[in-house]
Design a binder for this molecule. Structure first.
Ligand SMILES: [Zn+2]
Length: 87
């Protein structure tokens, strides 16, 4: 292989690797943004759930039913049949 050809291939490889790196950076940034968004949605779900539980409590109160956890040593807990609050 002659000098020029080798030089061309090296340049091409450098360019291609740079393109791969740019693409990887864009994907990593996108992933970070999605993780942030998922965290925001998770927080919003907690807030709305709290509002629902408080609303249920304030309008004629919760309607608890006793439940037993699955398994041999399952513990007892109560769940509101209206809003799903577990205590
Ligand atoms: Zn309730």
């Amino acid at each position: 292989m002659n000098e020029v050809k080798i030089k061309e291939q090296e340049e091409y490889k450098k360019y291609a690797i740079c393109e791969y790196n740019n693409r990887l950076n864009r994907l990593r940034n996108m992933k970070t943004e999605y993780f942030k968004k998922i965290e925001e949605i998770g927080n919003e779900i907690k807030v709305v759930q709290n509002h629902k539980h408080n609303f249920c409590s304030s309008v004629r109160g919760h309607t608890f039913r006793e439940e037993l956890e699955d398994g041999l040593y399952g513990e007892r807990y109560k769940v509101c049949t209206t809003c799903g609050l577990e205590v």
